[in-house]
Write a protein that binds this ligand. Structure first.
Ligand SMILES: C[S@@+](CC[C@H](N)C(=O)[O-])C[C@H]1O[C@@H](n2cnc3c(N)ncnc32)[C@H](O)[C@@H]1O
Ligand SMILES: Nc1nc2[nH]cc(C(=O)O)c2c(=O)[nH]1
Ligand code: SF4
Ligand SMILES: [Mg+2]
Length: 221
């Protein structure tokens, strides 16, 4: 069973799938502790916050509530909700705290493509066809660190940036892995103007790509 904070259909707003109609599964729980995290309501996993799946699907605000849901129930839910998107993004919280192999395999067998958004601080358990976006975390409050195995597995590396030191961190991380075939993105933290200007300048300097959280500019989830 997966602990699910929310399920919703929207447009992927980040990275190389930006613009793709997508079903998002947001899993509950993350110990990494990024100070600027935009989903802090997914951090705690409290027994008192468990709800039935029916209450999760009608959420109108960000809350710490979660439901225990099987892979099969998720697929059934997609058709009950009338979702048309064929791309499924599994995020969190930190989704790689869970074994995502059974969920992704079931989704692939039903004709969906899958993508994982992860900090890379846990071993990634997912099939080869799953697109893996690693947003590497170093020096965060929880003391976790991106794993080399996660950097190696990444199809894209999407680094949140606000300061020069974040660029230095990324340059160091990229030395640890073979970057051939990987897409490298800078994502300005919280749409700050200075962060965005820095990201644009560094994308030009290093021939990287910019990811601007399009959904936040559009005011959609
Ligand atoms: C909320 S996280 C969940 C998945 C996973 N825990 C991770 O960090 O990749 C999803 C994405 O949002 C990014 N993110 C979180 N807060 C952000 C913020 N304030 N500004 C820009 N990106 C942010 C993360 O770095 C990650 O790429
Ligand atoms: N539209 C939209 N795109 C996203 N891409 C990654 C997201 C995330 O929270 O992981 C996200 C999100 O929350 N909304
Ligand atoms: S790893 Fe992801 S979910 Fe966890 S605190 Fe950092 S940005 Fe938020
Ligand atoms: Mg988000």
């Amino acid at each position: 069973m997966y602990k699910v904070n929310e399920v919703f259909e929207t447009i992927q707003g980040e990275g190389s799938f930006t613009g793709a109609a997508s079903i998002f599964i947001r899993l509950q729980g993350c110990p990494v502790g990024c100070s600027w995290c935009d989903t802090k309501h997914t951090w705690p996993v409290s027994a008192q916050m468990q709800q039935p799946l029916g209450d999760i699907i009608i959420k109108t605000a960000e809350t710490e509530h979660w439901a225990a849901v099987s892979a099969a129930q998720l697929v059934t839910l997609f058709s009950q909700q009338g979702y048309q998107a064929k791309h499924v993004v599994i995020t969190g919280g930190e989704p790689c705290m869970y074994d995502l192999t059974p969920l992704c395999e079931l989704l692939h067998s039903k004709g969906y493509s899958t993508q994982i958004e992860t900090s890379g601080t846990y071993e990634i358990k997912a099939p080869e066809q799953t697109w893996v976006t690693v947003s590497p975390k170093v020096n965060m409050a929880g003391g976790y660190k991106v794993l080399k195995s996660a950097l190696d597995r990444a199809n894209e590396i999407k680094h949140p940036v606000a300061m020069e030191k974040h660029i230095d961190e990324l340059l160091q991380l990229l030395q640890q892995t073979d970057c051939a075939g990987k897409l490298i993105y800078l994502q300005p933290i919280s749409q700050q103007r200075r962060a965005t200007e820095l990201a644009i300048a560094m994308c030009k300097k290093y021939n990287w790509r910019l990811s601007v959280q399009v959904h936040k500019y559009l005011g959609i989830s």
